[in-house]
Design a protein around this ligand. Sequence first.
Ligand SMILES: Cc1ncc(C[n+]2csc(CCOP(=O)(O)OP(=O)(O)O)c2C)c(N)n1
Ligand SMILES: [Mg+2]
Length: 351
Amino acid sequence: MIRNIGALLVKGVPPRDVFMQHMAKYDSPTKGKDGTSHFGDLDNLHIVSPISMLGDLIPVMTGVAMAGRYLGQKIVAMTWIGDGGSSTGVFHEGLNFAAVQKAPFVLILENNLWAYSTPVKRQVPLENLADRAKAYGIPSYIVDGNDVVAVYATAKEAVDRARAGEGPILIEAKSFRRMGHAQHDPAEYVPKEMRAHWEARDPIALYEKFLMSEKLLDAKGKKEIEDKIDALLVKDREFAENSPMPPAEFAETGVYCTGDDCHKILPKWERPVAEVTPPKSSVAAVWTVEGFGAGKGSGGANAPIHFGDTEPAAASASSDGNRAGKTPAKPPAKKPVKAAVASGASRKARR
Ligand SMILES: Cc1ncc(C[n+]2csc(CCOP(=O)(O)OP(=O)(O)O)c2C)c(N)n1
Ligand SMILES: [Mg+2]
């Protein structure tokens, strides 16, 4: 998504592609079909093109991770989601699926405190969004999202763990959205003190300070880097501006897949077919559930199964000396007849 642009540049996408994409030029990665950062590069840089639907890349990237595993490649898939996007249904479906499949997948949850004008506290009843990982039994990290070195070290560790077969990992990067949602949004709803707090923690300024204090960068080196980047941006902007617009007749091509003219979809069996298809690729069926029928219901009768953090009746009875082993003296009161009649009457009246 848009938040990927920085990562795209680090992965090797030239700035001219970003410029041309925004100008919808013919030489852009999508040949002018899209005016956003919705583009990828599967063949060379192994970047899956993102789309606008928040969360949908989670199951997609889980699929990529699983495909890599089937093909015997030691890849790790990675994508991003925002604090707002982490409340979509597909976030949960996708992460659950990744967890149960132990997919080599790292998800970075950028908690920048705002989703449009909604503060994170008004849409998630959690202090740490990393806690969402608990629901899927997967590990998580919390990292200062404005600390470049900490983010790199955490992401590297997570990728190494995923590659080693530990399954998916969620990283919550705590940060702040400095600008509005888009150009139309002056973000006047952001409290001034909050903005001031975070502006003093500008990640680029902090990283520069770190590099200077570690003597990895000095004023001369900084200027050299800035001059190099400026020259590249000017060159790529000119290239983008001079790129033609797509011809009108191109509008109807590339919209639907037309078979071999578009692209061939063929399996690339890099491992023996028998090894990656059932029954070898299947999981053995389980017919019995441990503990089934052995738990106690709160009324003392057999409960079908005892789940997680609800104390079984036997345990709670023994922790309470007075009630130990006793059955309740009176059966629980039935619903008062009057109330039942009244509710029946009001149902009738509504009809
Ligand atoms: C499924 C879905 N619902 C709604 C939207 C519209 N939308 C685009 S961005 C956005 C807010 C996202 O907030 P957050 O996930 O916190 O990301 P941020 O903009 O802070 O990086 C919304 C609701 C969408 N793109 N996809
Ligand atoms: Mg956000």
